[in-house]
Design a protein. Structure first.
Length: 91
């Protein structure tokens, strides 16, 4: 389980960096990202608590968190690379 926690920490650090880049824009999408970030954290905490109370092993809970982190990294990486659905027009 220790290795999974270390990997989770490294992956989460990458998501934090991607989110910071997004939040530094300060536009409407940054505000949406901030709200999404908070709601995701609350949902993840509830999910982890429920799984713990159900008796799931710690490794499974960490793996589930890693799935959430990977999904966020994929989404944020796509948005920050300029490949998002909304393209900015040159003036």
């Amino acid at each position: 389980m220790f290795n999974s926690l270390i990997i989770l920490a490294v992956e989460a650090n990458g998501v934090v960096a991607l989110r910071m880049m997004k939040l530094m824009r300060g536009d409407r999408s940054a505000r949406r990202e901030a709200k999404l970030m908070v709601s995701e954290k609350v949902a993840a905490a509830f999910e982890a608590t429920a799984r713990l109370m159900a008796g799931d092993p710690g490794d499974e809970i960490v793996q589930r968190y890693r799935q959430h982190v990977a999904a966020n990294a994929k989404r944020l990486g796509r948005l920050n690379s300029g490949r998002s659905r909304k393209r900015h027009r040159r003036k």
